[in-house]
Design a protein around this ligand. Structure first.
Ligand SMILES: [Cu+2]
Length: 502
């Protein structure tokens, strides 16, 4: 049993002589004690030359640490306040650790002495600091790191406990600093390291509060009242809608193993983290040392984290969601893991992306929608731009029932293509259909329908305008144009009852 490091010696900083190698560095610690418990880090003084930490830019993390001795690790993190897109055509002023949301990923080894430098960029407006949940000491470093714009502060801590920890700004008003994106993860690796996997990714959920509606275009300021009421406009992975979809999706190949480091910055919501179509082989819940196996959905508290490991067995698109599911489909909490490789019919029969499930997120990054939003902002929006944007929005929204071809489904969903009903509608009535829905008996192209179209209240005024302009100019319909302002007027009126326009 001489290979076990007595806990009390470690705590006192006294490493047993038989663990020090000839070069003065500690020999590799055994991974696991005979009783199955993880071996605590070697907590003696730092050895060797100080190391400058490599920081990970989300969704990437720095490489695993293969050191077998504790070192002095220098971390330099700069706070940058900057405007970035939060959704297509929507911008927000973020406060960031390292220029990204979440902030730079920090990776050290248990037992390391971390010399932390926090810089506050000179053209920032606010003071900031950092509270690292991986720090043992009052405020997790907050008081020692309070930094005015154009200044730098420094403090040092020993990474006593292995685990995956959230860090965040803790400057008043704390909630506002966190809501603006001031959070990230620090991984304190156990001495024996983590198991080898093919891919490691960094994902962090956060809730955002804007004065405008979800996807309302233009620059959107922070809404303190909504934040206090805990009514987020956006719930996002990695700080922006689409940060992990389309071209930005995470990737892996069939047969590979994936480790997700997932944190929740909050400030308010608890995440029910789930990957549609995948089962986590292991979850290190709460970022701790023990793993649960075969997990479908795992809770990540605000200010908490977890590690999930799984092998991908069949190709396709796996969708990361907060399974409080309105957040995924109506507030943006949706990411993708694209897996390439040969199919395995014995495990799953096929079909690439489930567009009925994903709606307009199944396609590309809503590029045409962004183009239209820009043109709208500069007052140059053309009918063609509206039609293009409308087509992308129609996919997965209206196409679920009326079909991509606009032909509908016999006896169930009326056609929008060459619809004589639509052709004779007054503009206000047409606009009111997506806004308020439609019920009651109608006749379209000689066929009777008596069904219910639910209101699509989640769509913004310009989205409705673009969709209707697309519908009016497609499939042999009469043409015309609907503006955002016209939609706004109809939205303000009460819903008219009955199906047929009088
Ligand atoms: Cu701050």
């Amino acid at each position: 049993m001489s290979r076990l490091i007595p806990l009390v010696l470690l705590a006192a900083g006294l490493l047993p002589v038989n663990l020090i190698a000839a070069d003065g560095k500690a020999a590799a610690a055994p991974a696991v004690a005979a009783n199955g418990a993880a071996v605590p880090g070697d907590l003696g003084p730092p050895q060797g030359e100080p190391i400058h930490a490599l920081l990970g830019v989300p969704p990437h993390v720095p490489p695993p640490i293969h050191r077998n001795y504790p070192a002095k690790v220098i971390v330099e993190l700069e706070v940058i306040e900057k405007e970035m897109p939060i959704s297509e055509g929507v911008t927000y002023t973020y406060w960031t650790f390292g220029g990204t949301v979440p902030g730079s990923f920090i990776r050290v080894r248990q037992g390391d002495t971390v010399e932390f430098h926090l810089k506050n960029a000179p053209d920032n407006k606010m003071p900031h600091n950092i509270d690292l949940h991986g720090v043992t000491g009052p405020g997790g470093g907050a008081a020692s790191s309070f930094t005015a714009p154009g200044h730098e502060s420094q403090f040092t801590f020993k990474a006593l406990n292995a685990g995956l920890y959230v860090y965040h700004c803790a400057t008043a008003p704390v909630g506002m600093h966190v809501a603006n994106g001031m959070y990230g993860l620090i991984l304190i690796e156990p001495p024996e390291g983590l198991s080898t996997v093919d891919h490691e990714y960094y994902v962090m959920q956060g809730d955002f509060y804007t004065t405008g509606k979800y996807r309302e275009k233009g620059h959107q300021p922070f809404d303190m009242d909504a934040a206090i009421a805990e009514r987020p406009t956006y719930v996002l992975f990695n700080g922006r809608e689409g940060a992990l979809t389309g071209d930005h999706a995470l990737s892996a190949k069939v047969g590979e193993t994936v480790r997700l480091f997932v944190g929740n910055g909050g400030p308010n919501l608890v995440s029910s983290f789930h990957v549609i179509g995948e089962i986590f082989d292991k979850v290190y819940y709460e970022g701790g040392t023990h793993a649960q196996e075969n997990v479908q959905t795992t809770l990540i508290p605000a200010g908490g984290a977890m590690m999930a490991e799984f092998r991908v067995d069949v190709p396709g698109t796996y969708v990361l969601v907060d399974h409080s599911i309105f957040r995924a489909f109506n507030k943006g909490a949706l990411g993708m893991l694209k897996v390439e490789g040969p199919t395995n019919k014995a495990i799953y029969s096929g079909k690439e992306v489930d567009s009925v499930y994903l709606g307009d997120r199944a396609g590309d990054n809503l590029h045409a929608v962004a183009v239209a939003a820009k043109a709208n902002a500069s007052g140059t929006l053309s009918k063609e731009e509206q039609v293009k944007a409308g087509q992308q929005l129609f996919e997965g929204t209206c196409s679920v029932c009326h079909q991509g071809s606009g032909e509908g489904m016999a006896g169930v969903f009326p056609p929008l293509a060459k619809s004589d009903y639509l052709a004779k509608l007054a503009k206000e009535k047409l606009i009111s259909i997506p806004l308020h829905g439609l019920t009651g008996a109608i006749t379209v192209n000689g066929k009777d329908y008596n069904s219910v179209m639910p209101p699509m209240a989640q769509l913004t005024d310009d989205e409705v305008a673009n969709i209707l302009t697309y519908v009016l100019n497609s499939w042999g319909n009469p043409g015309g144009q609907v503006s955002k302002e016209e939609v706004g007027k109809v939205r303000a009126q009460p819903a008219a009852a009955g199906g047929e326009a009088h």
